[in-house]
Design a protein around this ligand. Structure first.
Ligand code: F6R
Length: 360
């Protein structure tokens, strides 16, 4: 069943550079298209921070929030079974209680002023764990300097979420420096070169029926649910957060096979309750049964969905394929912002919340 009254994709305006520029005064589009350069520049920035190898039998903790935390999740997915020790993403004031002093704690905050990450930095200091900071400045850089903690300096001028290429590469490189995962220099280089080709295929100069533009049109006017599995599970979460922040839309992320054991039932009344869409992020390396589940689940929810889509990662290595889907999701979220006539940069609710908290 489909709930009527949404604009038909063909009646929506074209997603030209001019149409996007009309909402995107701060140039979020060019930050997204800069992903290949960000990946390469991040390697150089880690290199120039002169970090030493220090084996961390306790694994790697990536402490951060939002756009600064996602790099840890993505690094964990890219490494997959090449991670020899635990990698944990801590999105809170405290570190998980079982973290031991022989872990490495990477504290990531683009602004350097996120209170949860500042608290996690202090908690890691109290624990006596090795700390590394990744930031553009703020209180975190000051605290790191005062305590002689090494800093990977990030370039300023981005929205934190637009620095995802940096967040990913810094987490991967620090994982290697902690003896937690293989170093993936070659994969990162290949992914950057491939992303350049994909920018041409999916970017603003691509035809209106190119993958990112067409998908944005299909999702416009709906509440998307993005489903991933394995490598694509944290990417689904990234799509959700980008659609939330850039397009100012509710959007939810979910994971297979778990969703087949509960959420799938909720879809039975989706058509009555609103216009929901479902996007499934597939990867050639997923468990074969999960890939079969994706096809069957899509078929089932399609009866109640305003739109469904199956999106394949593209590329030879895990890094390459992950980067392909990050780029696609970022572009879809930006195109949705243009279709909705909203500025992709603004995050008024986050700003309001942070300033209310600061007054308490
Ligand atoms: C803003 C964004 C947010 C921030 C988060 C933490 O673009 O994506 O999710 O990343 O509020 O702020 P930082 O990254 O400065 O620590």
């Amino acid at each position: 069943m489909r709930t009527p009254s949404a604009p038909s994709p063909s009646s929506l305006p074209e997603l030209t550079r001019e149409a996007i520029a009309a909402v995107d005064a701060s140039g979020q589009l060019s930050d997204i298209l800069g992903l290949p350069d960000h990946l390469r520049d991040a390697l150089w920035r880690v290199e120039s921070a002169n970090l030493e190898f220090q084996d961390a039998p306790g694994g790697l903790v990536v402490a951060g929030m939002g756009g600064s935390a996602i790099g840890g999740e993505l690094a964990l997915a890219v490494l997959g079974d090449r991670a020899s020790r635990p990698i944990v993403v801590a999105r809170d004031y405290a570190l998980p209680p079982w973290i031991t002093p022989d872990a490495t704690v990477l504290c990531c905050s683009y602004s350097g002023d996120t209170e949860e990450t500042l608290a996690a930095f202090e908690a890691a200091g109290v624990l006596g764990a090795r700390r590394i900071v990744s930031t553009t400045g703020g209180a975190l850089a000051q605290m790191a300097r005062a305590e002689r903690v090494p800093v990977v300096p990030l370039p300023g001028g981005f929205q934190p979420r637009a620095a995802v290429g940096y967040a990913l590469v810094v987490a991967l490189e620090v994982a290697a420096l902690a003896g937690v995962g293989e170093r993936l220099l070659y994969e990162i280089d290949v992914a950057a070169a491939h992303a350049e080709e994909l920018v041409a295929q999916w970017g603003p100069d691509a035809p209106e029926d190119s993958a990112a533009k067409a998908l944005a049109r299909d999702l416009h006017g709906t509440t998307p649910q993005i489903a991933g599995a394995g490598l694509t599970a944290p990417i689904a979460y990234r799509w959700k957060t980008q659609i939330n922040e850039n397009a100012k839309m509710p959007c939810f992320a979910t994971e297979l096979p778990e969703l087949d054991h509960n959420e799938i039932v909720g879809w039975e009344s989706a058509g009555e309750l609103g216009r929901f869409s479902a996007v499934f992020l597939d990867d050639c390396d997923l468990h074969p049964r999960v890939r079969q589940r994706i096809a069957l689940t899509r078929e089932l929810v399609a009866e109640q969905a305003a739109a469904t889509a199956l999106v394949q990662s593209i590329g030879s290595t895990r890094t390459d394929r992950l980067v392909s889907l990050i780029l696609l999701g970022d572009l879809v979220s930006l195109y949705l912002a243009a279709l909705r006539d909203v500025d992709p940069a603004t995050i008024a609710s986050i700003d309001r919340l942070k300033s209310s908290l600061a007054r308490l």
